[in-house]
Design a protein around this ligand. Structure first.
Ligand code: ADP
Ligand code: MG
Length: 355
């Protein structure tokens, strides 16, 4: 057989590298939405509106009333690793805001058409900028790429259009816009429960009624009632515990033994970021096993605050996974507390039914 031809090693185009990296961070529209919501909350917003077309593939628009972005910062806004939230590597250890490495907007600008309209409190007008591949681009060919003055209210509106337009295989992989929309509603719902003092609105483009509408001053239980229903909200037990040894505080709301459903709903926030943890999920399900009928599952909203020095949030650019010290001890302590709470409710219930 002929010897295989030897090919030289060459670097990929920077543009290709950026696109690959972006596609790893933003796998589906909901991932872009999560980053943009976190930015809006970081900016101190008290109102957040989400507009979605075609499951976020055609349009994803987030409007907030936060601090806005300085006009001078707009040229580098979407460059990779530009951020107002981190200066030194050590800052990673004490960071309390949601995003921190300046990758979200950069990533989005590599795989979608991105428009940012923003107004700070000190600015006389709002500024609108268009981005592609991390850089400012003109609205139309031939025009200047500089941000344009427009009328607008204080805050920021980020518009993401045609997500994955330049990754056709990814785009084709999305079979159903309504599946993607459901993921978006689920994520908006989670943040709407967690972010008290922030109002949330989530709408499908062209529909008059909103999928989620939460007033700024709604209580956490009211938020849960509106999003997950009265059957959940009526059976909630509040819990709160902490332990200095493991450097954590945990608080939240969990359904008691009167409530049971087919699948566990776990709203898990670690240092105010929505994350997944199969370890925590398993431990919670085990805790409930002695209180609920076979195949019955709870609703649990758990906000864990862990001493930032003990958390490694940097395991993956998506930040969907979080590692922290003494994870087992922390989970055990939280579940032990939950167990006592549930037992107390259970005991008073037994007492009530007996009398
Ligand atoms: P990161 O959030 O990790 O800093 P991003 O790419 O998400 O990176 O955002 C870059 C910067 O843009 C942020 O640090 C912040 O200063 C600014 N920014 C982004 N979104 C908003 C917003 N909605 N309101 C105000 N500032 C914003
Ligand atoms: Mg961010």
């Amino acid at each position: 057989a002929a010897a295989p031809t030897r090919r030289r090693i060459r670097p990929l185009d920077q543009d290709v590298v950026n696109k690959i990296a972006a596609g790893e961070i933003i796998v589906a529209p909901v991932h872009a939405l999560k980053e943009l919501m976190e930015n809006a909350v970081d900016a101190g917003s008290t109102s957040l509106e989400v507009l979605v077309k075609d499951g976020g593939l055609k349009l994803l628009q987030i409007t907030d009333n936060g601090c806005g972005i300085d006009k001078e910062d707009l040229p580098i806004l979407c460059e990779r690793f530009t951020t107002s939230k981190l200066q030194k590597f050590e800052d990673l250890q004490s960071i309390v805001t949601y995003g921190f490495r300046g990758e979200a907007l950069a990533s989005i600008s590599h795989i979608a058409h991105l428009t940012v309209t923003t107004k700070t409190r000190d600015s006389d007008c709002a500024w609108r900028a268009f981005y592609k591949g991390g850089k400012l681009v003109p609205a139309k060919p031939g025009q200047s790429p500089d941000p344009k003055p427009v009328a607008g209210r204080p805050g920021t509106q980020v518009t993401v259009e045609d997500l994955f337009y330049n990754i056709p295989n990814r785009r084709r992989a999305f079979r159903s816009a309504s599946d993607e929309y459901n993921k978006i509603i689920d994520m908006v719902g989670r943040y709407a429960v967690h972010c008290s003092n922030v109002g949330f609105l989530c709408k499908k483009h062209g529909e008059s009624s909103a999928s989620i509408s939460i007033q700024t001053n709604a209580s956490t239980i009211d938020r849960i009632r509106q999003i997950y229903g009265a059957s959940v909200a009526n059976e909630l037990t509040e819990f709160s515990t902490s332990d200095n040894r493991w450097g954590f505080t945990a608080k939240g709301l969990a359904t008691n033994a009167n409530y049971s459903t087919k699948k566990t709903t776990l709203l898990l926030f670690i240092n105010h970021r929505c994350v997944e943890s199969s370890n925590i999920r398993k431990a919670i399900e085990q805790t409930y096993a002695s209180f609920l009928p076979k195949n019955g599952h709870p609703f649990v909203y758990l906000s864990l605050e862990i001493d930032p020095q003990r958390v490694d949030v940097n395991v993956h650019p998506t930040k969907r996974e979080v590692n922290f010290l003494n994870e087992d001890e922390t989970i055990q302590a939280v579940c032990e507390h939950l167990r006592t709470k549930l037992a107390a409710v259970d005991a008073s219930r037994t007492f009530l039914t007996q009398t």
